[in-house]
Design a protein. Structure first.
Length: 236
């Protein structure tokens, strides 16, 4: 099943083309990494899929429908989350803002427990570290049992030791919750280890498919320019 379909997408700002005639599909149940160098259009693509920017050319479907029809089936974890750090809101209160009307506070406790953040429920949001805040945002994204989770640069601002943990978490959500994960990343090593689909961008679509098949030295050079490569082992 195709959970995301992008057809002939072109996005431009002030006559500057950011994405040119992009077409690809994302399979349900996959972990799909959108990769490319800085300025390649990765975040723009994510915003277009989420309906956050106007599309003048092309078509995007999620679960076969317009995004406005499936908002209750998707969640988004941003790269950066800005808030007033002087506002005295606790983690539990913050989570409750995203709880469905018929939702239970018990669900908040369950999701915080799953993300190993249950001990912070009475802490102020402003007191959390970057990694803790990222985990709370992920816990919040799970409250309404999404079919697909969009995740923009999940390790941005996170200490190196936390990188593998976050991608292992993505794998857990994918396998145990049957959530399709679509993430923007610039970490090729992590893509090889955790993704089973890759979309390679540099304003146009360079390649797509299984990382170990499509990320050839030629395609990586086309994507990033001349680089030194070493052999990766793909882990399932």
């Amino acid at each position: 099943m195709k959970i995301v379909e992008v057809k002939n997408l072109t996005v431009s700002y002030d006559n500057n083309i950011v994405l040119s005639n992009i077409s690809f599909e994302i399979e349900a149940g996959s972990i799909c990494a959108i990769i490319g160098p800085n300025g390649s259009g990765k975040t723009t693509l994510l915003k277009a899929i989420l309906g956050l920017i106007e599309i003048k050319q092309g078509e995007i479907k999620i679960l076969g429908k317009n995004i406005k029809q499936v908002l209750d089936k998707i969640s988004y974890v941003p790269q950066r989350f800005s808030f007033d750090k002087t506002f005295p809101i606790t983690v539990e209160e913050f989570m409750a803002l995203s709880l469905a009307k018929d939702g239970s506070r018990k669900l908040i406790a369950e999701k915080l427990q799953e993300l190993e953040m249950h001990k912070t429920k009475n802490q102020l949001l402003s007191e959390l570290s970057g990694g803790q805040l990222q985990r709370v945002l992920i816990a919040r994204s799970l409250l309404n049992n999404p079919k697909i989770l969009f995740w923009d640069e999940p390790i941005s601002g996170i200490d190196i030791g936390g990188e593998r943990t976050f991608y292992q978490l993505a794998k857990h959500l994918n396998q145990d919750h049957k959530i399709t994960i679509v993430l923007v990343s610039h970490e090729l090593d992590v893509v090889y280890k955790f993704a089973n689909q890759v979309v390679c961008l540099n304003k146009k679509l360079i390649c797509q498919g299984l990382p170990e098949k499509v990320l050839t030295p030629d395609k990586i050079s086309e994507l990033y320019g001349p680089v030194s490569l070493y052999k990766h082992q793909h882990h399932t």
